[in-house]
Design a protein around this ligand. Structure first.
Ligand code: BTN
Length: 259
């Protein structure tokens, strides 16, 4: 169970009536619902989706008690943070390959720091993960896109939160969220129309492991594959140069570590 936090006076709650007029590309495209506390916005949005919530529904939690991370891990949400999930539908003829990379790119580009990307969708600052993205299926061509960013000062945070905190001042959380949502909707529109390929070069420019030697681990275990990261292809698959060939790795139950 993740720790919960008392409301932080230095970090006023996100208020839809302040946020909505700040939106550009996302204006009229999202229906923002703010919860004081919930277990996981991804889980609650799945429930809303089964109950008929439309694409564009966005659930933001001031606190999560059981935030979910990738590969079955927990996501610890700090007292000064952004944690939300967006329900999004892709056109029937648009394969979702590369979607999680597109979302990571939108987040990295919206943050007021020089963020980098680690395949498939971790957002890094100076080599440390500062934002997490968990995309889950909510039916045919429909996805719950969960994004967690721990803001604020790293100094006095519990270790499990400081591990992902980015040290971005929290004073303008509402403007930051508006920027992220505008960037996200713009990127999702581009992805819906053309897939990942028009985003490939922007992703590549922020690739933290470009031309670096890595070990690729599979969640089912076994020996890691050793290789050099050569970026991503037009579908968002990782290009890993091994001793014998360039392998393409589809996003899945794998993790990368620098050698
Ligand atoms: C990761 O492990 O990197 C993914 C973390 C995703 C966390 C976010 S916080 C908002 C949304 N709700 C969840 O339960 N998880 C995602």
């Amino acid at each position: 169970m993740s720790p919960t936090h008392a409301p932080d006076p230095a970090c006023p709650p996100i208020q839809p009536e302040i946020l909505l007029p700040l939106l550009g590309a996302a204006a009229g495209r999202i229906d923002l619902q703010v919860l004081e506390e919930c277990d996981s916005t991804n889980l609650q949005l799945q429930i809303l989706s089964k109950g008929g919530a439309p694409a564009g529904t966005l659930l933001l939690a001031q606190r999560q008690t059981a935030g979910r991370g990738r590969r079955g891990r927990s996501w610890y949400q700090g007292p000064q943070s952004l944690a939300f999930s967006l329900l999004w539908r892709l056109p029937a003829d648009r394969p979702p390959s590369g979607l999680s990379l597109a979302v990571g790119l939108a987040v990295a580009e919206a943050l007021p720091v020089s963020a980098q990307l680690k395949w498939p969708n971790d957002v890094l600052l100076d080599g440390r993960k500062i934002a997490g993205i968990l995309i889950e299926s909510a039916g045919p061509q429909c996805f719950v896109i969960g994004i967690g960013i721990n803001l604020g000062d790293l100094g006095d945070l519990p270790a499990e939160i400081a591990a992902t905190a980015c040290g971005i001042p929290v004073d303008d959380r509402t403007h930051m969220l508006a920027r992220i949502l505008d960037g996200l909707v713009t990127v999702l529109d581009e992805f819906s129309a053309h897939g990942f390929s028009p985003l490939q070069s922007r992703w590549q420019m922020r690739h933290a492991y470009q031309d670096l030697a890595v070990n690729l681990f599979f969640s089912e275990g076994g020996e890691p594959v050793q290789g050099v990261c050569r970026g991503v292809d037009a579908n968002g698959e990782l290009l890993l140069e091994t001793a014998t060939c360039i392998q393409t790795i589809a996003s899945g139950e794998v993790s990368l570590r620098l050698q």
